[in-house]
Design a protein around this ligand. Structure first.
Ligand SMILES: NC(=O)c1ccc[n+]([C@@H]2O[C@H](COP(=O)([O-])OP(=O)(O)OC[C@H]3O[C@@H](n4cnc5c(N)ncnc54)[C@H](OP(=O)(O)O)[C@@H]3O)[C@@H](O)[C@H]2O)c1
Length: 340
C-alpha cells in the first residue's frame, strides 16, 4: 500500500510517497482502508519540525482520518469489515485529560496519510450515517478541540455569548457548536469575504481584525461593555491580551493555539479584576468525541470543508494550508471529490 512520509525540515516540505507493507491486524487491532484525512495547522509544524515530541526519523503525517474497516484482529467484537470509522487524535485517551505520556497520531507515532492503517480497536469510533468520510475526517482534532472548549470544559449555556478568532478549522466548529447550543457568536477574520460566509453559517456579529485592529474594543462596544462569556483564542499571545479584554466578568478564555506569536507580554490584570478563567485545551478524549457526534447528529451539523485534494496531490493540500486562504477544513480524499 502507498503512504506519504514526511521528514521534518524547516527549509522545505519533505513529503515523499512510499510503498509499505502491513502485516495485518494483531489481537485487539483493526485494519482500516483510509477514505479521507484532514489537515490541521499542527501538521505544518510537524512537517517543519517545530512541533514537540515528533517521532524520530520521519513519519506518516496527519492525525485525523476516516475509512472502512477491512480486517479485524482476534478479540475485536465491536467492529466488522465494512464498518465506517474515524480515529482518535490521542490514540489511547478514552476519558480524562491528555498527559505527557499520551500518544498523538501523526506526531509521536505514524498518522493516517496512508491507503491503509492498523490501529487498536479502542482508537476508533463508528461514523454516523449522517456524515461522509470527508466530513468525519475533519473531526478528531479541530472538531473535538472546539467541542471540548465550549461544551465539555466551558459548559456553554443557551443565551451566552462566544467570541471565536479567525475562520479556520477550529473557529468554524466553534461557530457551529455555539450556535447549535443557543449562543450568540462573534467571529473575527482578516477577510470580509470570509466573514460574509461566516454570517451565512449563523454568526451574529463579524469583525475584520485587519480593518479593526482593536477588535476587543469593538466586542465591548457591541456587548454594551459586558464582554463575552467564552473566548476561544486560536491566536495565542498575539491575541490573548485582547481576548482577556473582551471577556466578561467571570468569563472563560480558552487558549487553543499560538499562531499569532509566542513572545508577547500578557497583562494579568483582566484575569484578576474580572476573575477570568484562562484554560488551555489539548483536543479531547473518546467520551467527548462520542458526545460531539451525537450532538452533530441531533442538530444536523455538517463540517465546513474548503477543498478536497486527491491522495496523490497531498503536497498541494499542505501548501494550500500554508497559504491560509482556506475557510474551514482541507481534506485529502482517497478519490478527489469523493463525498462519501
Ligand atoms: N490546542 C489544541 O488542541 C488545538 C487543536 C487544533 C488546533 N490548534 C491550534 O489552533 C490554531 C488554529 O488551528 P486551525 O487548525 O483552526 O488552523 P487553520 O484552519 O489554519 O485556521 C487558521 C485561521 O486563523 C486565523 N488567524 C491567523 N492568524 C490570526 C490572528 N493573528 N488573529 C486572528 N485570527 C488569526 C486565520 O483566519 P482568517 O483567514 O479568517 O483571518 C486563519 O485562517 C493553530 O494554532 C493550531 O495549532 C490547537
Amino acid at each position: 500500500m502507498k503512504a506519504w512520509k514526511v521528514t521534518p525540515d524547516t527549509a522545505q516540505l519533505n513529503l515523499e510517497q512510499q510503498q509499505m507493507n502491513l502485516l495485518g491486524p494483531a489481537e485487539g487491532e483493526v485494519q482500516v482502508r483510509m477514505q479521507a484525512a484532514s489537515l490541521n495547522k499542527r501538521d505544518l509544524m510537524v512537517a517543519n519540525g517545530t512541533y514537540p515530541g515528533i517521532k524520530e526519523g520521519g513519519l506518516i503525517p496527519l492525525s485525523d482520518g476516516a475509512g472502512e474497516v477491512i480486517a479485524i484482529g482476534a478479540g475485536v467484537d465491536e467492529f466488522s469489515p465494512g464498518d465506517r470509522v474515524v480515529n482518535l487524535f490521542w490514540r489511547d485517551l478514552m476519558d480524562g485529560n491528555s498527559t505527557s505520556d499520551s500518544v498523538a497520531m501523526g506526531g509521536a507515532i505514524d498518522g493516517v496519510l496512508a491507503e491503509e492503517v492498523i490501529l487498536p480497536a479502542h482508537a476508533l469510533i463508528k461514523i454516523p450515517d449522517s456524515l461522509s468520510y470527508n466530513e468525519a475526517a475533519t473531526l478528531p482534532c479541530a472538531g473535538l478541540t472546539a467541542w471540548n472548549a465550549l461544551m465539555e470544559t466551558g459548559g456553554l449555556k443557551p443565551g451566552q455569548t462566544v467570541l471565536t478568532l479567525g475562520t479556520g478549522g477550529v473557529s468554524l466548529f466553534v461557530l457551529q457548536f455555539a450556535k447549535a447550543a443557543g449562543a450568540t457568536v462573534i467571529i473575527t477574520s482578516s477577510s470580509d469575504e470570509k466573514l460574509a460566509r461566516a454570517k451565512e453559517l449563523g454568526a451574529d456579529v463579524t469583525i475584520n481584525y485587519r480593518a479593526t485592529p482593536d477588535w476587543a474594543d469593538e466586542v465591548l462596544r457591541i456587548t454594551e461593555n459586558q464582554g463575552v462569556d467564552i473566548v476561544v483564542d486560536t491566536g495565542g499571545p498575539g491575541t490573548l491580551n485582547q481576548s482577556l479584554q473582551a471577556a466578561a466578568i467571570n468569563g472563560q478564555v480558552f487558549m487553543i493555539g499560538v499562531q499569532a506569536g509566542i513572545h508577547e507580554n500578557i497583562s494579568p490584570l483582566p484575569i484578576l479584576f474580572k476573575k477570568l478563567r484562562l484554560q488551555g485545551i489539548m483536543v479531547g478524549n473518546k467520551r467527548m468525541f462520542e458526545n460531539m457526534l451525537s450532538q452533530m447528529l441531533k442538530k444536523e451539523i455538517k463540517p465546513v470543508i474548503d477543498q478536497v485534494f486527491s491522495f496523490d496531490n497531498a503536497p498541494e493540500a499542505f501548501t494550500t494550508m500554508e497559504s491560509a486562504n482556506h475557510f474551514g477544513k482541507i481534506v485529502i480524499a482517497a478519490q478527489a471529490g469523493a463525498g462519501s
